[in-house]
Design a protein around this ligand. Sequence first.
Ligand code: G3P
Length: 221
Amino acid sequence: MKFFIDTADLDEIREAADMGVLDGVTTNPSLAMKAGASNFEEHIYKICELADDVSAEVVSTEYDAMVAEGRKLAQIHEHVTVKVPMIREGVKAIETLSNEGIRINCTLIFSPTQALVAAKAGATYVSPFIGRLDDISSNGMDLIASIRTIFDNYAYDTQILAASIRHPMHVVEAAELGADVATMPFDTLDKLIKHPLTDRGLEKFLADWDKLQEQKAGQPA
Ligand code: G3P
């Protein structure tokens, strides 16, 4: 499973990249706003210098403008993946841009049919939003399972990028269901490596090691 971090915060991206397990970054206009990325193109370039696959979202909603914006974003850096929302004009733009060899992440996916259409249009990734479905008493994981079945039935190579992940169990369940990528906030990535028994075990090992050094120091030369 690929790990992406869902942020535009350069410090968080640097920290995650230093862990050595980061495969990419996803951003959206809300995350860009939170990171104060007013010079968006320059900001995306900086992220691309830290990560190999960086989703940058178009904000136009008409086909011509979406295509022009997508081409411009793709020119920022070879690591850019253009994020396009799942609307009718977006589907047309996905078809055009993906035929030009531009990687597309089709975002705001909330149903299996939306994922199927995005795959047919040539998207590299579809981003089902798990947490936002859970928020409205739907089961986000059911969507991941359904998309996995559909893509496998027809051998689509579009990758399932589980998004709107809120906690480690979302990552576990998405991995069990065969999602190709999980994009998560830095805090969730950090939580993946935490376990109280690990901390307690290490504390005991180090305390015993100190005792051993004391014993050694107390022995006659
Ligand atoms: O990047 C899209 C998605 O991951 C947003 O997550 O937490 O705002 O629903 P969230």
